[in-house]
Design a protein around this ligand. Structure first.
Ligand SMILES: Cc1cc2nc3c(=O)[nH]c(=O)nc-3n(C[C@H](O)[C@H](O)[C@H](O)COP(=O)(O)OP(=O)(O)OC[C@H]3O[C@@H](n4cnc5c(N)ncnc54)[C@H](O)[C@@H]3O)c2cc1C
Length: 423
């Protein structure tokens, strides 16, 4: 780590060797402006930093590995970034109990390598999760297609240790799977994206890694594949995930593919696959098993990369055809790809819009949001060029809850010092 002068407001809280400034700081953030990046080594240091920030009025941004800092418009630029990267020890791992408690900075890959020899995993397949930290995944709380089988991130975070924006230390939830009566603060902090506090420890529920991983890919025209998706969604068979992808510039009449993932014991998985094929009445174009299936889905998690535009459209799973239609309207402007989670009803559009069409794209997005909200859905920008985001807004009427989010923010971060907005 390169050493630089500590920012004056927080000088003395951490040794200089754990403070980056200038080009070292912007190198770490990937170019996002930051006064400094600091690396506390334990919860006490996080608390000392947050208290010093309150005393000096320094703006802080909680972070993990910094893989998704500026995206989503949830965070403002500048201030001091507090990375939990050094809080990466495993504090409790009991394979027999299927639970784990670790520092928030534990890298996702390290976590997966630790669980693998015991045949266990934490099945969270939201976008970008594989390159971040456990705390980052809890802070963002974004599930992927595996939610259909394993639940959302919120369902699998059992407990958290958090230093709130005003410097209090909260230990909420538990280390083991049990029901606690009262307000569920763990669910409040999961998905709060660093707006209420710095998560320093996370306890999670683990799952046995299934013996077999099979993915069947059905290809065809969009309408045809949507019909297969409808049959899969209505089936009582235990399908782990199903994702529908439409590719190509001519998305309106494009070719689509549906990846149906089945997890379980070897015989069970093969049996589920053949019964699904019988129900669909058509054989898949291709079938992947084991590592091939896993890698296919891992790549899908990273599919949007650092593309300039990623839009998330969410509605009831039964409205998938309509949501896909809205998504394809947006994709017409971006020449991009559309991917829909068949069970979750969330459709993502990615693309690289040209510089000239920003006004028209913004108009389309605004119209799509209006129509989706009228139908009970939402449209959120995950990533967007600045001028598009400024015209459209990152979230619609869904965020905020009539000022409740701001009230919660003032309870945990009254000054405020934390740079992240309320989701
Ligand atoms: C290509 C890509 C696309 C992504 N798309 C989405 C998306 O659409 N929606 C989404 O929500 N996430 C998205 N993410 C983020 C992703 O879901 C993960 O959460 C990722 O693992 C972030 O981990 P990180 O440690 O790098 O977090 P960082 O990039 O360091 O931080 C990400 C966010 O989480 C907060 N945060 C991180 N750690 C903590 C902590 N310990 N305490 C409090 N707050 C913390 C930060 O303030 C920031 O708002 C994406 C990531 C990538 C790389």
């Amino acid at each position: 780590m390169s050493i630089a002068t500590a920012p004056t407001a927080l000088s003395g809280v951490l040794p200089e060797s754990r403070v980056l400034t200038g080009s070292a700081a912007s190198g770490w953030t990937g170019g996002m402006p930051a006064e400094a990046v600091v690396f506390p080594a334990d919860t006490d240091e996080v608390q000392a930093l947050v208290r010093a920030a309150n005393e000096t009025g320094t703006r802080l941004l909680p972070a993990g590995a910094g893989s998704w800092l500026g995206a989503g418009g949830w965070t403002r630029v500048g201030g001091v970034i507090v990375s939990t990267a050094r809080l990466d020890s495993v504090l409790h791992y009991e394979p027999a109990d299927l639970t784990l408690t670790a520092g928030a900075g534990l890298g996702w890959r390290k976590l997966a390598a630790l669980l693998e020899p015991n045949g266990q995993w934490l099945p969270v397949d939201g976008p970008g999760v594989g390159v971040g930290t456990l705390g980052g995944a809890a802070a963002c709380g974004v599930p992927g297609p595996l939610r259909a089988r394993y639940g959302a991130v919120r369902d699998n975070v059992l407990g958290l240790e958090v230093v709130t924006g005003d410097g209090r230390l909260l230990r909420i939830g538990g280390r083991v799977v049990k029901n606690v009566a009262g307000y569920d603060l763990v669910r409040l902090f999961t998905g709060s994206r660093g707006s209420l506090g710095v998560i320093t420890r996370v306890s999670v529920r683990l799952f046995p890694r299934p013996e077999a991983d099979v993915t069947m890919v059905f290809e065809g025209g969009v309408e045809e594949v949507l019909e297969v998706a409808r049959v899969v969604r209505a089936s009582p068979l235990p399908v782990a995930a199903a994702e529908l992808v439409v590719r190509g510039a001519g998305v309106a009449d494009g070719e689509a593919e549906l990846a149906v993932r089945v997890l379980g014991g070897r015989e069970e998985a093969e049996d589920v696959c053949s019964r699904l094929v019988a129900g669909i009445g058509a054989a898949p174009g291709g079938t992947m098993r084991g590592g091939e299936s896993e890698v296919f889905h891992r790549r899908r998690i990273e599919w949007e990369g650092r593309l300039p535009l990623v839009v998330r459209l969410a509605a009831l799973p039964g409205q998938l055809a309509a949501t896909m239609e809205w998504a394809r309207g947006v994709a017409g402007w971006t020449g991009g790809e559309v991917a829909g989670d068949v069970f979750g009803g969330v459709v993502r559009v990615k693309g690289s819009p040209g510089d000239d069409g920003a006004a028209e794209l913004a108009e389309t997005l605004t119209r799509v949001r209006r129509e989706m909200e009228a139908a009970g859905g939402t449209m959120t920008l995950s990533q967007a060029p600045r001028e598009v985001a400024a015209r459209v807004g990152w979230t619609g009427a869904g965020g905020g809850g009539g000022g409740l989010a701001e009230k919660l923010k003032s309870l945990f971060d009254p000054r405020p010092v934390l740079q992240s907005r309320c989701p």
